[in-house]
Ligand binder design. Structure first.
Ligand SMILES: [Zn+2]
Length: 252
């Protein structure tokens, strides 16, 4: 049997079982297979990959794996020096200045936090995987998921596997991965339906306010989709502290 040898670098090791994480993975070359298929057979989704260097040459996903190949796979944001391998074929697509997201069914809190910070984020608790993939493909939305099988779908170009299952850590991870700190716009989008908030004149909405709210607040925002009313104070102190915490860019 002939083999190709896979070396996964940096954060791509997160997808490899702990036993094999720091080992070279031998792949039995017993059929014609693209390097994309070979890499995904190791459970690493293509959306996580930026560079594939085979025998010192930068290749794309369609490269057909050969016996004896030494395949080095690097993630997006890799800091490894690749100078000797130029020209480099970067495989991760450029991210829009104001990226939009579609979030998998199990990440509802992450979706609400993204909206809280102003990001356009589609979420439904009954989204099926094919629908998420199709919407992402048609609208260039970035898929955020904890399901690596979803990210392996061929039509998904923009995606990210969220590593942690703690929502507050998930939002920090997402802000960091896509470097969203310059695009933060807290309290400009409805956390319930994702539509933009617009200012609302108090006389027009006063009949919908509870007496104490009507008495103590004068500035209001209304969701342009579901018509929920927001005002300073409608978010708890905990949420205000979370926003402050999320908006603080970590020192690298
Ligand atoms: Zn709304």
């Amino acid at each position: 049997m002939e083999y190709a040898y896979l070396h996964f670098h940096a954060t791509l090791k997160d997808f490899i079982s702990p036993v094999k994480r720091n080992q070279i993975i031998a792949y039995a070359v017993d059929r014609r297979a693209s390097v994309k298929d070979v890499i995904e057979s190791c459970n690493v989704p293509h959306t996580e990959i930026d560079l594939i260097i085979v025998n010192g040459v930068s290749v794309d996903f369609d490269y057909i794996v050969q016996n004896g190949d030494e395949i080095h796979v690097y993630p997006v944001c890799s800091t490894a020096a690749h100078e000797p391998c130029r020209p480099l074929h970067h495989l991760s697509p450029p991210i829009a200045e104001n990226p939009r997201f579609i979030v998998d069914v199990n990440l509802g809190r992450l979706a609400r936090y993204l909206r809280l910070l102003g990001f356009d984020c589609l979420y439904r608790n009954d989204f099926a995987d094919p629908s998420i993939a199709e919407i992402s493909d048609k609208t260039n939305r970035i898929v955020l998921t904890r399901d690596r099988k979803l990210l392996k779908r061929r039509i998904i170009t923009y995606g990210y596997f969220v590593r942690t299952d703690i929502p507050e850590a998930q939002i920090r991870e997402t802000l960091h991965r896509f470097n969203l700190y310059a695009s933060l716009a807290p309290l400009t989008r409805c956390t319930h339906c994702n539509e933009k908030l617009v200012s609302a004149e108090k006389p027009f909405i006063a009949h919908r306010l509870k007496p104490l709210t009507r008495q103590h607040y004068d500035k209001f925002l209304m969701c342009s989709g579901c018509h929920r009313i927001y005002w300073q104070g409608s978010h708890s102190t905990r949420i205000a502290r979370l926003i402050e915490d999320f908006c603080r860019q970590p020192v690298r």
